[in-house]
Design a protein around this ligand. Structure first.
Ligand SMILES: [Zn+2]
Length: 494
């Protein structure tokens, strides 16, 4: 999307959207649009965000294709993330009315206006790589002019958001790709090609290298697939070389059939999204690099395909993980934790991280508990958990804390190995987190189960149907909070 920031008085020729908040006086600089704002007062507010298009612009002292009045109820501004709501409504309306070139006159602060641009941009995302018919009918907003009393300041606030948008849409593209295209090997190559030019150090480990290290827990998941497994390590060294990095870990099961513990066929096609944790880590790494944040971050993802064949891992098999602990595989569909177990151990050993945060579409149980409103968050560090909760509220990607404890952990006891990979039928999201905790060696750690939020079957705020990109905005907000110092901000008194 081509975005321009213009001053009041510049005269765009395309469709012109005027944003008006109920009962609020428009800015004094808007004298030029006096007639139009008076006209808008007669449009009834039928919805919280009411959109009305007028072609009688000649009477309204503006010279554009059409004037689009966006009337906003005052109560909308009191809700969480109001700019997300307004931006989403506007983008969807443009989509439905085939508007590709839009100018927006914003009465909001420069910071809010920048967030509005992000919401419009994120809502306008579409994944159309595989359509060959009626391509000209596939509609997209191509050009957006933002008109504001202080366009320079809007541009300033938008700059970091543009990097986050790139990260979110990179993540969405990866998750939306079908599993025959995005195999573990191709996923690793994609990460190398996209992230190396952004300034990250990218390493790819193949199966022989992981075998050498003893990563049998990760490797056993891909045993039944004709696709080779990979691990990718992405490093951003923006901070002091001596500072311990923050480690972001992601589950990257490119397709999860369940393995020998095969899933039922209904909705199995959606299991291409089981790598959304890895994609969110990759998207965050891109966003951090594009912003040149002064911090050390390492992103580590385990990429595998979980399939059943004669060489697949079987229920009852015992494997020895990188940590040396043995695992009895009770259910081959509880494979994400097997991947993460080795990633956690590897990360601690090699990077001595300040915090480890893992993201995974790990359990159906978290969906039963929280639906698609919140991701479940588990941690051994209350301060880290609270920081992430705040980042969740700020970014609109919300997380909710879940309990852990010894009695849940006991459910993982195995009669023949150090542990089994599945607990009792209930609270599967918690026993999964307990399993991961057994591979955390006195480090500050947080696990985010994104199974309910990584994919949406309907369009939601800032997001069309499909991959949501969940995690990129949350982690980007978390990292930018770590790095922002008060004197770096401009004197914004709005
Ligand atoms: Zn599974």
């Amino acid at each position: 999307m081509d975005i321009h920031f213009l001053s009041i008085g510049e005269r765009p020729k395309n469709h012109f959207a005027i944003l008006l908040v109920e009962d609020l006086k428009s800015p004094s600089e808007w004298t030029h649009y006096h007639d139009a704002t008076m006209y808008a007062k007669n449009i009834p507010l039928v919805k919280p965000v009411t959109i009305h298009q007028s072609f009688h612009h000649s009477q309204l002292a503006v010279d554009t294709e059409s004037v689009i009045f966006v009337r906003i109820k005052k109560s909308v501004l009191e809700e969480d993330s109001p700019m997300d709501k307004v931006g989403t409504e506007l983008a969807q309306w443009c989509q439905n009315n085939n508007i590709s070139y839009l100018s927006v006159l914003s009465p909001f602060s420069s910071e809010q206006t920048a967030q509005l641009v992000m919401a419009i941009h994120l809502s306008a995302y579409r994944f159309n790589h595989y359509r060959t018919k009626n391509i000209d009918k596939l509609h997209k907003i191509r050009k957006l002019n933002i008109i504001h009393t202080d366009p320079q300041k809007v541009r300033y606030h938008y700059k970091p958001l543009a990097s986050i948008i790139s990260g979110v849409n990179f993540c969405r593209d990866l998750v939306n790709e079908p599993a025959n295209v995005l195999t573990p090997v191709n996923f690793a190559r994609e990460l190398y090609d996209a992230l190396k030019p952004a300034g990250l150090v990218v390493e790819i480990l193949d199966e022989a290298q992981m075998q050498e290290l003893g990563m049998n827990s990760l490797l056993c998941v891909g045993q039944g697939s004709t696709c080779q497994s990979r691990m990718v390590i992405m490093q951003w060294q923006g901070g002091n070389p001596k500072d311990q990095p923050i480690a972001l870990l992601g589950k990257g099961v490119c397709f999860d059939s369940g393995g020998i513990s095969l899933k039922p066929p209904r909705n199995m096609h959606e299991m291409k999204f089981d790598m959304a944790g890895a994609a969110a880590v990759a998207g965050t790494m891109l966003s951090v690099a594009k912003q040149h944040l002064p911090v050390n971050i390492v992103g580590i993802v385990g990429l595998v395909e979980n399939m059943p064949d004669g060489s697949a891992v079987k229920p009852g098999d015992v494997i020895t993980s990188l940590s040396g602990q043995t695992i009895e595989v009770i259910n081959t569909d509880a494979e994400g934790r097997l991947v993460l177990a080795d990633l956690l151990w590897y990360t601690q050993d090699r990077f001595n991280p300040l915090h480890m945060i893992d993201l995974a579409t790990l359990t159906g149980a978290v969906i039963a508990a929280l639906g698609s409103e919140y991701a479940g968050i588990f941690s051994n560090d209350d301060e880290l958990m609270n920081t992430l909760r705040t980042a969740g509220e700020e970014s609109g990607e919300k997380v909710w804390p879940m309990p852990m404890g010894e009695n849940y952990d006991k459910e993982l006891e195995s009669p023949i190995a150090d542990m089994k990979n599945l607990g009792a039928p209930y609270a599967g999201h918690i026993t999964a987190a307990q399993f991961l905790k057994r591979f955390v060696n006195n480090y500050s750690w947080c696990h985010i189960d994104i199974a309910g939020v990584a994919w949406s079957n309907k369009s939601i705020a800032c997001c069309p149907k499909g991959a949501t990109g969940f995690g990129v905005r949350l982690l980007s907000e978390y990292i930018s909070q770590l790095t922002s110092s008060p004197d770096e901000k401009p004197g914004d008194t709005e």
